[in-house]
Design a protein around this ligand. Sequence first.
Ligand code: NAP
Length: 332
Amino acid sequence: MLCQHSSSIILTNLAAPIMPITIPFVHRENPQAQAGWLDALRSAMPDYKLCDLADLSVNERASIDVAIVADPDPSDLATLPNLKWVHSLWAGVERMVAERPDNDLAIVRLIDPRMAESMSEAVLAWTLYLHRDMPHYRQQQDRKLWESHQLPLPSERTIGILGLGALGQRCAIRLKDNGFNTVGWNRTGRMLEGIETFSGPDGLTEMLAHTNVLVVLLPLTVETRGLLDTHRLSQLPAGASLINFARGPIIDDKALLTHLDTGHLAHAVLDVFDQEPLPTDNPFWTHPSVTVLPHISGPTNRTTASAIVATNIEAYVTNGTIPPSVDRKTGY
Ligand code: NAP
């Protein structure tokens, strides 16, 4: 069939419709979140058949080599025998890496500048909260106490960021742009322009010694689990504070509570915990020097995340490229 399109003539073959490629969504989301994600993914990928895993027959599952995942149940993934790689909708894939330790499945995590923007907004907001002594003024209000305290310049506060990856880098730049003396710690020693960077155990000791607010943005790996134990926390100067926006098990909770109780640490802003939701009898809920947040510091935006997933899957379908995936040796 010939059809006229602007000034060109295009030859189309209506006799052979192309079957859309099926991409399953494998997740442990609630029905509302599932529907929201399917809507967003379908809008971003109109040429594909996006469906829930449950809607695929055994035969259909055998033809699947890529899936979109959100904290998938490993037993669900096991029903896809020819799966080569998965694209996560989350930036943190620690649970999946632990549940699928085999090397034969490539796990691609979400790297979304929009999320880095949102995370850096949260890090800046809570750093300002600590910088402006807000926990202290809140406690004074409870006692109806009218008393002002000296306010240091932002440049007199050192913010130490553990982890200078997709999220940590953006946070470091944003804090620096707001006048804070910002330093960071990473594994490889890769430098970040304008930010003093430390690495290795000695580098961590050096950085902690002059950090007033410690921001945790590390992945949870064999090396980072329990990293902030009593020894490391005691290396922070008296009166330092801590923000954990990464993963709960990076910090030894008992050690943290002890350092808060003794007053060595002034305050902790915690968004992530060993167990989530945080059990109601956990002492963090009622501790006067702790702010509890329900894992909201770096939310995934469905629209921008779906657009990134769409671009990556399109590249794979077009030329077989799989985006960089989690390194199973380092765990991130
Ligand atoms: P990323 O891009 O993989 O960056 C990880 C950073 O940590 C890198 O700078 C890396 O060093 C450093 N690192 C890893 N292992 C280390 C070690 N043993 N010693 C020192 N540094 C180490 O990760 P991201 O995208 O920034 O995300 C970080 C974490 O944030 C995620 O894994 C997730 O757990 C968490 N997260 C939380 C939320 C939330 O809402 N609370 C949202 C999204 C993500 P190199 O640069 O040298 O490789």
